[in-house]
Design a protein around this ligand. Structure first.
Ligand code: NAP
Length: 248
């Protein structure tokens, strides 16, 4: 069985790590190629876009792919839509592996917003010193927003930045203690995050809760209709085995 894992997340790496030594499964992981020094999954890896739905459908056919697991980031909406369209066209089974979203708990001061533009309008109503931790993409939504921004990302952000910006290039994972110290040292009044979910970047939410700081939380884009979704690597691995057995 030849499996394509659309990756760029810790879950995608974990799935490839589980499947790489499985007899009868050839697992190819795909990365977009955006991060300069990506953490590579085990096994075969290809890098770069496919060229839209047409390109992905052609790639699936040309490479004899039997199943696809879309384990991309919850905010990578375009590749997820492309995967749904291309697999439907070619008739290849598709599973979406998405880590569960974060949910607020007692003490959180969350301000959920549907998108980054709304986040940029909400931030000035909450404070002047902002920690922006939304990754490299979409920072330009804040270019004209008032306030003093500490922007933390793995690689430098794309596009225009707010006038008053300090850049912090760091990959994490971060501890609650270090996040509390960061909020304190920079006198942060508002945190902005995507609802990425997962344990690796959750410490900032705990730190904001313990520091009494509001968090603007950008909600996830909707998933394509009709595609099965699981939240755990073990469930995705079980799906791969089921599909493989059914195809024999
Ligand atoms: P996106 O907007 O959904 O996709 C844009 C284009 O990038 C796609 O149309 C596709 O190009 C290419 N692409 C995306 N993921 C790919 C993959 N795994 N393999 C091959 N091509 C891929 O994606 P994005 O938000 O730019 O994210 C890019 C990658 O970074 C994803 O793999 C994602 O898992 C990872 N990531 C994203 C975020 C985030 O906040 N968005 C955070 C952490 C990691 P073609 O149309 O040419 O095929």
């Amino acid at each position: 069985m030849r499996l394509l894992v659309l990756g760029g997340t810790s879950e995608a790496r974990a799935l490839a790590g589980v499947l790489v030594d499985e007899p009868g499964i050839e697992c190819v992981s795909s990365l977009a190629g955006r991060v300069r020094e990506p953490r590579l999954p085990a096994g075969e890896v290809r890098v770069g876009g496919f060229g839209g739905v047409d390109g992905l459908a052609t790639w699936l056919r040309d490479n004899g792919v039997d199943a696809v697991v879309d384990a991309t980031h919850p905010f990578a909406a375009r590749i997820t839509a492309n995967a749904a369209a291309a697999t439907a066209r070619v008739g290849t089974p598709l599973l979406v592996l998405r880590r569960p979203a974060w949910v607020p708990v007692a003490g959180d001061r969350w301000h959920p917003v549907p998108d980054l533009a709304t986040a940029a309008r909400t931030v000035p109503t909450l404070g002047e010193r902002i920690l922006l931790t939304i990754g490299r993409q979409g920072v330009d939504a804040f270019a004209d927003a008032p306030g003093r921004y500490l922007i933390r990302a793995i690689d430098p952000p794309e596009g225009a930045l707010p006038a008053e910006t300090e850049l912090l290039l760091d990959r994490g994972p971060f501890t609650v203690e270090s996040e509390i110290a960061l909020l304190r040292d920079h006198r942060i009044e508002v945190v902005v995050t995507k609802n990425s979910g997962g344990p690796l970047t959750e410490a900032k939410l705990v730190a904001a809760r313990e520091s009494g700081i509001p968090v603007v939380v950008v909600e996830r884009p909707a998933l394509p209709a009709g595609v099965p979704v699981v939240g755990a690597v073990t469930e995705a691995s079980a799906w791969v085995h089921r599909v493989g057995a059914a195809q024999q």
